[in-house]
Design a protein around this ligand. Structure first.
Ligand SMILES: Cc1ncc(COP(=O)(O)O)c(C=O)c1O
Ligand SMILES: [Zn+2]
Length: 418
């Protein structure tokens, strides 16, 4: 059963029928999926969820599962590579380094295309297929490109993937390998996004982060659902999330609110905090100054977070204010240090976006913004293998020796005397 009632404007609350639409035709506010929560409550019990697959689809009743052409929500029409249900691990050694006693990492590097984007893309492409689209498209800072290309291959859909021409080589290869139409645009992400907004009006394609964005964005709720379920159906005290458009952070807050509303968790106060690179900090800068979100021209190694004109910036600021969280931003050097700290304390290899999250958490902890005993979850959203270039300089062999015992022993004693 689909529990989706309609699309509803986040600003004026007017409703629009289910379609590939993202902007309210009355006030130009963003559209959001509106659900029948009573019907959802009856279906989404803890037992029913636990009996579901080990993927985001265990929460299908809480996601925008649209009816297919025959009016039913046939699971066979889902686009599924097994996204989600990633480990939530305790991080005691990282916690000790930061002076935190109850720190956890949500390890979203372990998704099918190695970032959290697989969550949003499976939901978006499932909606697109049920809305009758045969071609899907996206503007991407890299991870979304990987994920759309992979899921489109899986579903046999045509894909047009638009990326900034200066993207990290690894993210180009890890998109191209799935065989999409890969279009490199000479400009930054915001230029690519503007182009896609124009193309969406011209071509009958489902642009995952344009005309099917209301469905797409809902996929990020599954991070919040999983954190709560993996903690034994309890909300944490604090979640720290990286921000590009700000959507993931907003949807984690929405997930926690929905779980309370559905009676799946006890009400519990929680805080949500947001992390950006200081080379692309339109949301954190607005939060700190109390002023409006002003677009910036990104200049950071955290390319996956390099959205200068973030669609959900205001809503992210609202969620962080409302829950009593903080926002921080960090330099490129701090990002690299964050990646290395996580790898060296917990054995988790994240890309620059995860480095942003860990470095911002470290900065906030140093500044006394995190309570030592607060149960804090850091969302680590993508894998380090895609951004190897930023680590190349300092990560080299400890020693190089000829293959002989004497050689090794000599090198060891040199090292001891250094
Ligand atoms: C690895 C990674 N983490 C976090 C984000 C932030 O996502 P959002 O746009 O939902 O803020 C992105 C977005 O591209 C990403 O690639
Ligand atoms: Zn409106």
């Amino acid at each position: 059963m689909s529990h989706v009632l309609a699309l509803k404007c986040r600003e004026c609350a007017r409703e629009t029928p289910i379609a590939a639409e993202h902007v309210c035709s009355f006030c130009f506010g963003p559209l959001e999926v509106d659900y029948d929560y009573d019907a959802m409550r009856a279906e989404a019990t803890r037992d029913a969820i636990a009996a579901g697959p080990e993927s985001i689809w265990r929460y299908a009743a809480l996601l925008p599962e649209l009816p297919g052409p025959d009016g039913r929500t046939d699971p066979a029409l889902r686009v599924d590579l097994g996204a989600g249900w990633t480990p939530l691990v305790e991080a005691p050694r990282l916690g000790a380094a930061l002076g935190l006693d109850d720190l956890w990492v949500k390890n979203d590097t372990l998704n099918p295309s190695f970032s959290f984007k697989d969550r949003v893309v499976s939901v978006a492409l499932s909606a697109a297929r049920r809305l009758g689209f045969e071609t899907v498209a996206c503007a991407s800072t890299g991870n979304l490109a990987n994920s759309v290309a992979a899921h489109a291959a899986r579903a046999g859909l045509d894909a047009y993937v638009f990326i900034p021409a200066d993207l990290e080589p690894a993210k180009v290869i890890t998109s191209a390998v799935y065989g999409p139409n890969l279009v490199a645009v000479k400009g930054n992400y915001d230029d690519v996004n503007r182009l896609c907004a124009e193309l969406a009006g011209e071509y009958g394609w489902a642009f995952v982060n344009v005309n099917v964005r209301p469905y797409y964005a809902e996929g990020s709720k599954t991070i919040g659902f999983e954190i709560a379920e993996q903690l034994g159906w309890r909300l944490p005290d604090h979640v720290v999330a990286p921000m590009a458009s700000g959507s993931m952070l907003v949807k984690i807050d929405k997930a926690f609110t929905e779980l309370g509303k559905l009676g799946l968790v006890a009400e519990h106060p929680y805080r949500i905090s947001g992390a950006q690179a200081d080379g692309c900090n339109p949301i954190t800068a607005a939060f700190k100054s109390g002023g409006p979100v002003r677009p910036v021209r990104p200049d950071t190694i955290a390319k996956s977070l390099a959205i200068g004109n973030p669609a959900d910036g205001y809503y992210a600021i609202d969620a962080v204010h409302r829950t009593g969280g903080w926002m921080e931003d960090v330099t490129d050097d701090e990002i690299v240090a964050g990646m290395e700290l996580l790898a060296r304390t917990e054995g988790i290899f994240t890309e620059t976006a995860g480095g942003v999250t860990i470095a911002c958490l470290a900065k906030a902890a140093r500044g006394g913004l995190v309570e030592r005993g607060e149960r804090t979850v850091a969302v680590v959203s993508g894998i380090g293998l895609k951004t190897l270039d930023v680590l190349a300089e300092g990560n080299v062999p400890t020693m190089t020796v000829n293959p002989g015992l004497d050689e090794f022993q000599a090198a060891m004693s040199m090292r001891e005397h250094q």
